[in-house]
Write a protein that binds this ligand. Sequence first.
Ligand code: 26V
Length: 774
Amino acid sequence: MNEQYDILGTMVRDYASIYWKETKEKTQQRKSKQVFYFSMEFLLGRLLVNNMQNLGIYHIARDGLQDLGINIHELEEKETDAGLGNGGLGRLAACLMDSLASCGYPGFGVSIRYEYGFFRQKIVNGRQVEVPDQWLSLGNVWEIRKPKHAVEVRFYGEIDRRQDEHGRIHFQLKNCEHVRCVPYDIPIIGYKNKITNTLRLWSAEPSSENLPRDKDFHSYLNETRELCHGLYPDDSTEKGKLLRLKQQYFFVSATLQSVLRNHARRNPDFENLPELYVFHLNDTHPILAIPELMRLLMDEYLYEWNDAWEITRRCFAYTNHTVMTEALERWPINFVQTLLPRIYLIIEEINRRFEKQVFEMTGNYDLARSMSIIKDQMIHMAPMAIVGSYSVNGVAQLHSDILKADIFNNYYTLFPEKFFNVTNGITHRRWLVFFNRHLTKLLTSLIGNTFISDASDLSKLVAHADDPSVQAAFLQVKQIRKDILAKYILAHNGIAVDVNSLFDVQVKRLHSYKRQLLNVFHIIYQYFKIKNEQNSDIKRTYIFAAKAAPSYRFAKNVIELINAVAAKVNNDAIVSKFMKVVFIENYDVSKAEIIMPAADISEQISTAGKEASGTGNMKMMLNGAITLGTLDGANVEIHELVKDENMILFGLRSEDVTRLYQEHRYNAYEIYRNDANIRRIIDSLKDGTFGPESAFDEIYNEIIYKNDEFFVLQDFNDYVKAQQTAAIWYQNQLQWAKKCLLNIAFAGKFSSDRTIRDYVENIWQLKEIVEYED
Ligand code: 26V
């Protein structure tokens, strides 16, 4: 079976390679501007179905295989899920790559070929256990190794300064460590338009250059091997930080070297670099590309600072993905000095000139210092990204507004023309058309299939939302999808869930700001209520899936609590008649493809102002779920479209949250003391209801002793009300279906095709290579 999958995959890749070559040739011939999307993460998931569908060969292949007695779905399951990402940021990169090609724009995604993807999660005795994700163990049919395109990247060493006869100082690295970077290319196939772009993943190999004086052969080999070992979790601890910095420089340097080398072959100089390339920085992780381009232009191609800077700052665009200060990157000066001595000098000079510029603009020295890239012995990556880019964007309107008003306010005041919003999106082909064929069939029977290439056509569904027969048909589709998920749950969790119950879904990374805890507290509340009343308004199935960063103790404790509550609820003879709780192990793209279509309620309950955008919210909306959420991230834009009748809002608004933080008046303990329901829930963490007395101390302490940083208790009662509204709505099934249909109808905005067009129009300025299917 694995062999059959390999053969099919290789055939598909070879078929695509014709278009791949053509796209490259056309881009070169026409001198089309291209985007290079630099990202430490690409959460691709599986590619077989997506690629065959985009090539328009899925059905032929399926039928052909069937004639041979081979079930294509069984082959699909053989593919490993490429999990080179932590969560939203990585999946966004993958969706954008799909839409870039599908909208006919040329470009590359660039990243690292990690040997191990994000860890696989096992739940053992209710706890998360991490095991390595050996995604390459059976090979990867999609990649092609390109040794001819290898380049060398250098680390460590000492700087040698030499003045030439014109007085110009030349910088050279001496006694440094060389690493050979070999690219592996994966085709990114556009939807039925023959356009095929490249995802280039760099891999480290030993170089044949001399070793540094103080390095022995074995440690060099080990270090080289280690470089592309694994992907870092989003709150990685001190250990290994240097390795992450090495990874960051490794792939940006390799990419820029190969771009410049290519450019030099076809152009007399680099003046036109910004007309031919835009280097997009997916968060600050690839930000060393800015000083690296300066280095290459000055040290290798002999540009003067001012000319090099003019080219550099016109090439870069930066997207911010979080306002959480602990997630904003900073590097100790001495790390960068040691690992990348020349790059450090350039950063210093960028900073010196920037501080001077701010002082000249404002006359305010303190302001210039406070906006500095280098402060407190640290290099602050977001300021460097803002200084070195012509564009800075947030990923949803609210988030972009917060960047301007709050965390980047000083920069916005001085450089307002740099700031943009580009609301995130998802590829609606993967997330609806290919993986919810039941719903797609219904939709095409009602509104035709133009929405597949133009998601705004989903709005044609508005005209059908009032039709009871369409509503009934939608409910039937949802039932089928819930059945599929229920079977999965039975097979993997051994829990029988009722497909007539409301499927209430929260699937995303586990972070305290996302407030899975609020959801669990409500479940505990329901548990006590049902135990007491021996009855319930509606039946519910609460579905969770989430990975916690390995060192994030609070997050892991929440997973334990979910599983402990699940065990209690599901084994209670009375309560389990009305509710079930399920934690689906090892959330990844393939799991999401089963879960999203089956959701009735989409839980998007982050503390307002904290979730930059969210993209799971878009996936569930597109599959006909109703969002129950706070006015946060892209929820705000969902609400603008579907209005109060089709979404359930609750909780603090982001301005309330800001005020509460500023006024220091929030007192979680007071709420606990005065609210009997809340007290009962919190006490249950300690009184043995769900486990030994200290089992949930991480959680208990966070709420009671650390004053509940994310306002779980503050929003609790409003959340309970929102859940009651959901129950009332759910009881009228046809009306419910109407709301779901309207959600689908308005989801067109959240196609990543629209996101790509926003980037192209406002930031990248690319032109289409038009080439549609005959
Ligand atoms: C957040 C946090 C929060 C506190 C602890 C450490 C930590 C580390 C990383 C992060 C988030 C990193 C960036 C990220 O993944 N952002 C996500 O990007 C998505 C795509 O734009 C967006 O939809 C999500 O809202 C945003 O969280």
